[in-house]
Design a protein around this ligand. Structure first.
Ligand code: PMP
Length: 366
């Protein structure tokens, strides 16, 4: 058989590495993907399944999940024309590339940031300008603005709270960015439920060049069903809609998302527990000899120990506790004799106890 014509795949794709997460089984504490540690309530699963059971599975779902779009719009005080619901927000990052990026289009991305943005932008052949963080791993609005202005960025993406650092961009800075960038400002608010106070929607209300990306995968606990949103000015969203594939949200995902959206008190309860557990864990890790914690504003935080980061992650994994090695981000790699950062997501109290016990023993045995 002749060789497959791989050279016909666009070079910008061939240069990439596939985003792969190993399938995990037999884990005592899965603290590596910033998910909710809780599956949705059985009552919600039952209600959604009952509803979907009565629909024809041989028929396409709505071209857009109209009921979910309407419910999101109502809850967030937007017009339905201002809302896109997609197959997780990962999927919507492609839409950003499709709508705003030609080869050579200037795009500004602060680092470190959820790696998919840079990967998607490279695949659309954007001219990416990265903006390094300050020493405390926060981002300066002035530095982002300077990069966006100098490059004439069509797209500037910021995340607050940011993954993997857990740090936020102050509301005033978001407003400054929205007013100052030459193009579109995307604010990824995947973890917004963990914050109080004004949100990116308040920035959007005053700035029609703002797009806000959110997800049902984190505080809402639906990572397994894939639901994410992009909201913005209705005129902008309606243009973007033209690029969207039909039927990307299936009946089950829509039904469950509607149920979860209707019970904000459950999400708030879980968020409160997560915040309290975050502080308990951060205090405990900080008290371990030679350990340093960068407290986060979402459901995870960064820490480093006196030991090599890879050894710590591997030893914990051997005990069934999975955390994330984030040293692939150059800003978080070991430097000047300081070990690299590790990221732990907040789990159930039992998972968190398992994490603390294994970390304590790793440090004690070192
Ligand atoms: N944005 C950020 C900042 C994230 O951390 C993640 C998940 N790691 C996503 C988006 C992706 O979310 P989704 O599950 O909706 O694709």
């Amino acid at each position: 058989m002749s060789d497959a014509p791989t050279h016909l795949v666009r070079e910008a794709i061939r240069r990439e590495r596939a985003y792969r997460v190993p399938t995990q089984t037999g884990i005592a504490a899965k603290l590596d993907q910033n998910e909710s540690p809780y599956s949705v309530l059985d009552a919600i699963k039952d209600a959604a399944l009952q509803e979907v059971r009565e629909t024809p599975w041989n028929r396409y779902p709505d071209d857009r999940p109209h009921r979910l779009v309407a419910a999101v719009a109502e809850q967030w005080g937007l017009a339905p024309e201002a809302v896109i619901v997609g197959h997780g927000s990962n999927e919507i990052t492609h839409t950003l590339g499709l709508c705003f990026v030609d080869p050579g289009t200037p795009v500004v991305l602060p680092t470190p940031m959820f790696s998919l943005y840079a990967s998607v932008m490279r695949m659309f052949e954007a001219e990416v300008t990265e903006v390094a963080p300050e020493a405390d791993l926060t981002h300066s609005a002035d530095a982002i603005l300077a990069a966006a202005t100098a490059s004439g960025a069509a797209l500037t993406v910021v995340t607050t709270p940011n993954n993997p650092t857990g740090q936020t961009i102050p509301h005033e800075d978001l407003k400054q960015l929205a007013a100052g960038v030459p193009g579109i400002l995307v604010i990824d608010e995947a973890y917004h439920e963990f914050l109080t106070g004004p949100t990116a929607l308040d920035v959007l209300a005053e700035h029609p060049n703002v797009l806000v990306m959110r997800t049902f995968s984190k505080a809402m606990g639906l990572a397994g069903l894939r639901v994410g949103t992009l909201v913005g000015h209705p005129d902008l969203i309606q243009e973007i809609e033209k690029s969207r594939l039909p039927f990307v949200v299936d009946r089950l995902a829509e039904a469950v998302a509607l149920q979860v959206l209707a019970r904000p008190e459950l999400v708030a309860e879980r968020v409160a527990e997560s915040r309290a557990e975050h502080d308990r864990l951060a205090d405990a890790v900080e008290a371990m000899p030679g350990c340093e914690v960068l407290r986060g504003k979402a459901n995870f935080f960064l820490f480093r120990t006196p030991l090599a980061h890879a050894a710590v992650r591997e030893t914990l994994a051997a005990r069934g506790v999975n955390i994330r090695d984030v040293t692939g981000y150059p800003d978080l790699a070991p430097r000047d004799g300081t070990p690299g950062w590790l990221r732990v997501s907040i789990g159930t109290p039992e998972e968190n106890d398992a994490f603390l016990a294994s970390l304590e023993s790793v440090i004690r045995d070192a």
